[in-house]
Design a protein around this ligand. Structure first.
Ligand code: G6P
Length: 508
């Protein structure tokens, strides 16, 4: 399904129902004094300057990549934390601004948070407690009562904003992610006539792991204010049912995939998220694929080396040090690759305020330095590392130039990099190495499966990827592309929103 097909499906009902999306991260950030685009190896094409001196940027966020095209197609309002230092300069008195800034199609309504609220709700409870709790990537969650209180407060503030935004309208509120576990119950209580659904973009852990959360009952109760709760895969839904079963007074109707609590029914279903493949398949104007790849390779200073590519937020769940270690192991086990293959790792700084994120950034710096010191020569650098955010056009050029793309998350709800790489390769070349601990691995079976924790196995898979003959690359890529094309982000949005409609009607 494409954007216009989505509108054809949802349009008639959306003309009578207001679509309100709630997500912590805003799709467009306004900044007063932007960094000038960097010159040299790679530049950030996503950074645009407006005449007023306020520029806008797109954040590095899988959620934004997924939802912005849906909002462009459907219209409506996206409520988010206004986090840019130029955000207040461009909004009306209610915090609203039309976006995309260069071609307005929907409304962004910003909620202002105090530094204490941001610290407790976003850094503390969301990213230092719920994020590690749900990912189980061997990082211990930190639970602090002060963070929990800010989390509750910010959920209330966002709920008030949603209720104000609904006004007298009939609305469907589509909540995103782990930042807002309490909001659905608050909105549903205030406006029972509103359809409330939520998509949880990260994994849901098993009941045993979730038990350590001191506010588990409140989190579950908040989520059960939804009419529909979506996860990427059935496995996470099953974990959720088990968690409710273990921790709450509620009836589970497994036959209909629902939980009934205090007379309210919440359906719990898998909706694997995807991307809009179309822009990824498009070449920049006035160039050919070959010329574009040549230019990218020149920018990287590559000769005849093969290119192994990875692009991630700098997050400890993404398995970046593991990837570099496996690459090094491969060079040791297959010395013939020395001087003949280069790894490019792009790491977008993320949540830098948190100690754990500073450490992962230091770990990656250290791992790159070590491998280059140990194996590099005057003529060859084994790993090129770009520690900055790159816009989608730039990343697309890198996908096109890559021989192998590596996604080695230790645990990931879905992972959209895998799908973007596939969508960027209509030439049917390139090999995807994909961690079996991503939601994407359930669908993308023709990728080379890897366990990122097993360094020797990982090294073998990298060698296999680099040695794969063209016909096999073609066969695998053709099958992968068919999957990404047959289930796009528009199919995802249509499925969630239609299911929410259907289920709230059935419950009425
Ligand atoms: C994950 C989360 C998203 C989030 C993204 C970026 O994909 O599921 O909700 O937007 O990471 O993280 P950030 O904290 O920068 O928004």
């Amino acid at each position: 399904m494409n954007a216009s097909e989505l509108m054809a499906v949802l349009g008639p009902r959306l003309s009578k129902t207001k679509l309100i999306v709630v997500a912590n991260r805003e799709p467009y950030i306004h900044v007063r004094r932007p960094q000038a685009p960097r010159r040299g190896l790679l530049s950030w094409f996503g950074n645009r300057r407006k005449a007023s001196g306020v520029a806008w940027q797109r954040p590095a966020s899988g959620l934004v990549t997924a939802l912005d095209p849906v909002m462009r197609a459907c219209g409506g309002t996206w409520i988010a934390h206004g986090s840019g230092n130029g955000d207040r300069d461009v909004v009306d008195e209610k915090g609203r601004v039309a976006v995309p800034p260069d071609k307005p199609l929907y409304t962004l309504r910003r909620v202002w948070l105090t530094p204490e609220e941001e610290e407790g709700y976003y850094y503390g409870l969301s990213n230092n407690a719920l994020w590690p709790l749900c990912h189980i990537a061997y990082a211990r969650p930190e639970f602090d009562e002060r963070d929990w209180n800010q989390y509750k407060r910010v959920n209330e503030r966002f709920a008030d904003t949603v209720i104000d935004e609904i006004g007298d309208a009939r609305a469907i509120v589509f909540v995103q992610d782990y930042h807002f576990a309490l909001l659905p119950r608050l909105v549903k209580q205030a406006r029972p006539d509103t359809i409330v659904c939520q998509f949880w973009h990260i994994p849901w852990p098993n009941a045993e792991a979730f038990r350590i959360c001191p506010w588990g009952e409140e989190v579950l109760d908040g989520l059960l204010g939804n009419d529909l709760l979506g996860f990427h895969i059935q496995y996470h839904c099953n974990n959720f049912f088990d968690t409710v079963d273990a921790g709450l007074e509620a009836r589970i109707d497994r036959e209909h995939f629902a939980v009934i609590r205090r007379g309210h029914r919440t359906y719990v279903k898998p909706f694997p998220i995807s991307i809009d493949p179309e822009p990824w398949g498009r070449l920049p104007k006035n160039t050919t694929r070959e010329a574009d790849v040549r230019r990218t390779r020149q920018r990287l200073g590559l000769g005849n080396e093969r290119l192994v590519f990875g692009v991630d937020r700098l997050d400890y769940t993404k398995g970046i040090p593991e990837r570099i270690k496996a690459f090094e192991r491969m060079l040791e086990q297959h010395p013939a690759w020395r001087g003949r293959v280069t790894m490019l790792q792009v790491g977008a700084p993320s949540r830098e305020h948190l100690q754990r994120y500073q450490s992962i950034s230091d770990d990656v710096d250290g791992a790159v330095r070590m491998i280059n010191e140990r194996h590099g020569t005057e003529a060859w650098t084994p790993v090129i590392y770009s520690r900055q955010h790159h816009g989608p056009e730039d990343v697309a050029s890198l996908y096109r130039a890559a021989d192998v793309c590596v996604v080695s998350s230790l645990h990931d709800g879905m992972n959209l990099v895998a799908k973007e790489f596939i969508a960027s390769r209509p030439d049917l070349r390139g090999v995807l190495v994909l961690s079996r601990f991503t939601g994407a691995a359930r669908d993308l079976r023709e990728a080379l499966d890897v366990n990122p924790f097993a360094v020797d196995e990982f090294a073998c898979v990298l060698h296999k990827a680099l040695s794969m003959p063209d016909p096999e690359q073609e066969r695998r890529m053709r099958a992968l592309r068919a999957r990404v094309e047959e289930h796009t982000i528009y199919d995802w949005a249509a499925a969630v929103i239609q299911a929410a409609w259907r289920m709230s009607e059935a419950a009425a």
